[in-house]
Structures are given as structure tokens and as C-alpha cells.
Design a binder for this molecule. Structure first.
Ligand SMILES: [Ca+2]
Length: 377
């Protein structure tokens, strides 16, 4: 394991901004680096992600925690897991999240997708998100065919062949449309592509009558699930284009951890086995793509064909998202974890340059599998 979650290389052309931009942070579930065609993946169709990469920035050295909750807690709070990771499925209610920061900065805030961070009815609002459409907030119904979701804490069960990822995407499109006239922050931790590996509505064997996660499971469906996830990304892009706000919206896409161990993909000419839950590159190496037409650039670093020459790492989306708005974040959490108050401080940080060198041990990991701990040191 080389690094913790990162985004520090992405610096935005602040001076060109006439108004704060919108931010949409999309994160696929159990989706490793090898799954994206633009990264060298050969097993799946990801045309929308590839297009984002071709027109934005594709990162080659993004590493997350090897499991859902550790990554999500770290991403949302900007703090290393040693500070605030208690156990799987828990986000301490005493934590400050990027939802709080963005709401405090005057942004409309929304969250949609998978929660799995505590069962309180008011969780999204408590953590700074004004509107929410979530799976596994108060309960754990099916997530794919005929799912159960919570809309702002209110349970809703679907029984007419609906597909969970489509419903969540519908919410995202509605949120974007509703808030098109003001800056918004949408955190979109996608339900796909986590198991159970079941058919999507685009699969030949899609059965709209099933209402169980125990049916029709097969790794063969992972390809269709990946394609559908990519399709949902495409719907987001199309909506932004339709509303005329694409040029003022930063799109970020990443995976929360490596692919399921039951999935073997072709990657750059070889077989690549998913490594979720392990502190190997197959467990932590995830895709990261940033797209903001005409705005995304690398501050002080060179890149070719949309790909940074210098690998970057370590720093969190938490302070990064803040930078994109010119907010000088000097939060308690960042002081503790050595995050930064200005971009100059980011670039001056000796630890960052160690990471940039791509040499030597960047971090050691304490990850006692099976004991609900995953602590980066
Ligand atoms: Ca995951």
C-alpha cells in the first residue's frame, strides 16, 4: 500500500473563476483501477469515464483504503482512520464532514447512493447534506431489482421492477436540476458495482420480478454492472450539458476500494484479480478522474495527453474540494492530520514531495482483517 486517498495534484484555475463552481463527487463501490478502459482495462465498456478522462485528468496512482467504511470515513472527514475509524459501518456523529463545509459555504448539498455509516433517521442532514436518497441507511433491503431506499430518512420500497442505481441516479438528476441556479455539492457514492453480481436492466437475463439479493448471482454480471454504472455517469454528464452548467461543474470520479476478489479482469494484457480487503495494490488502487472543461489543470506539474507525468498522492478530497472554492480551510481535523491551509503549503510539504518521488515506502498499513480494523499509519 503506497498512499492514502489523494487529490492534491489537482489544483483548479481559481483566478479564472467568476463564480463558485458546482461539485459532483461520484464514487463507485468496489471498483478497482483495472476496470476502466482508459486505464488499460480490457474487460469492460466504460465510454463515459473514458470520455471524462480524455477531456479532463486521469490519475494513475490513486490509492484508497481497501474497504468501504475506512475509505468513506476518511474521504468525508479528511482525517486518517487512526483518528476516527471505530468500526465498520460507523461514522462518528461528532465528526465534521465535507457536507458541513459546503453547506456552511452556502452550497446546496445532496447525497445519494450507499450510506452504511449508521442507522439514524437524520444521518444525512446531521452530516451536512440537505437532501438525501440512500440505500442502507435505516435498514438493508435489496439494492438492485425492486430495492428499498430512504428519501431524507423516509423509507420507500419499490415493487414494480425498478432498479436501485437508476432510482438513485434519477434523484441525482433531480437534485442537479433543482439547484441549477446556485452552486451545489452532490456526493454520489454509487451503489454499483458491489456484489451481489446480479443482472442490470440492460442484461439479457434481467428479471424485473425478483426482490432478493440471493437470486441470479454470477460474476458474469460484473461487466454489465460496470457498463450500467458508466451509463449512470453518462446521464449526469448529459444533464449538465442539457442545463448548460457543464462548464461550471467539477466532476470527480473514483473507486472506494479495489474490486471484489471474485472478479478477474484483463488489464494491460494480463489477468488481474480483484483484491478488495487486502493491503495490496489490487485492494487499494482505484481510478480517479477529474473533469471540468477548461479549468482542470495541474498546478506546477507537467502532464501529457491528460495524464500527469508526476504521480500524486496522499492528500484528501476533503481539503481539496475546499480549495476549489477558495476557502482557506484551517480546520481542527486538518491541523491534526497535517493538511494544509493554502495550496502553497501543500506543495511545500516535505512529505508530499516524498510521495511525489514514487520511491520508497510512502506509508505502512495496519489492517488486521477480520477484526474490523483498517488503520493507515
Ligand atoms: Ca466498497
Amino acid at each position: 500500500m503506497r498512499l492514502t486517498l489523494l487529490l492534491a495534484s489537482l489544483v483548479l484555475a481559481q483566478s479564472a473563476l467568476a463564480a463558485p463552481c458546482n461539485i459532483i463527487l461520484m464514487m463507485a463501490d468496489d471498483f478497482g483501477y483495472e476496470c476502466v478502459s482508459a486505464n488499460g482495462g480490457e474487460s469492460y465498456q466504460t465510454p463515459n469515464l473514458d470520455r471524462l478522462a480524455a477531456t479532463g485528468m486521469r490519475f494513475e496512482h490513486c490509492h484508497a483504503q481497501p474497504l468501504c467504511t475506512p475509505t468513506r470515513v476518511q474521504l468525508m472527514t479528511g482525517r486518517y482512520n487512526v483518528r476516527n475509524y471505530i468500526n465498520f459501518g460507523t461514522l462518528l456523529r461528532t465528526e465534521t464532514t465535507f457536507g458541513h463545509l459546503m453547506k456552511g459555504a452556502g452550497y446546496a448539498t445532496g447525497i445519494c447512493g450507499k450510506w452504511q455509516l449508521g442507522g439514524e433517521l437524520d444521518s444525512p442532514q446531521h452530516f451536512g447534506f440537505e437532501e438525501a436518497c440512500l440505500w442502507q441507511q435505516t435498514r438493508r433491503p435489496p439494492r438492485y431489482a425492486n430495492p428499498g431506499l430512504e428519501y431524507n430518512g423516509a423509507e420507500k420500497d419499490f415493487t414494480h421492477g425498478e432498479y436501485g442505481p437508476t432510482l438513485v441516479n434519477d434523484f441525482a438528476l433531480s437534485f442537479i436540476t433543482k439547484n441549477k441556479e446556485k452552486p451545489f455539492f452532490l456526493y454520489y457514492p454509487m451503489i454499483l458495482t458491489h456484489n451481489p453480481f446480479q443482472p442490470t436492466p440492460d442484461s439479457p437475463d434481467w428479471d424485473p420480478t425478483i426482490s432478493s439479493e440471493n437470486k441470479q448471482q454470477s460474476p458474469k454480471h460484473f461487466a454489465d454492472m460496470t457498463a450500467y454504472m458508466d451509463k449512470m455517469v453518462g446521464r449526469i454528464i448529459a444533464k449538465l450539458d442539457e442545463l448548460g452548467i457543464r462548464d461550471n461543474t467539477l466532476l470527480l470520479f473514483l473507486g472506494d476500494n479495489g474490486t471484489n476478489t471474485g472478479i478477474i479482469s484483463r488489464f494491460q494484457g494480463t489477468d488481474y484479480k480483484g483484491g478488495k480487503g487486502t493491503t495490496t495494490s489490487h485492494g487499494t488502487h482505484v481510478p480517479l478522474i477529474a473533469s471540468w472543461p477548461g479549468r482542470v489543470c495541474i498546478y506546477g506539474w507537467h502532464y501529457q495527453n491528460g495524464t500527469p507525468i508526476q504521480p500524486l498522492s496522499k492528500v484528501h478530497t476533503f481539503p481539496h474540494v475546499d480549495y476549489s472554492h477558495g476557502i482557506r480551510l484551517v480546520a481542527r481535523t486538518c491541523e491534526v492530520d497535517g493538511a494544509f491551509s493554502t495550496i502553497d503549503a501543500v506543495l511545500a510539504d516535505p512529505a508530499l514531495h516524498v510521495l511525489l518521488s514514487d520511491e520508497g515506502p510512502f506509508a505502512s498499513w495496519h489492517y488486521p482483517a477480520g477484526t474490523n480494523e483498517a488503520l493507515p499509519r
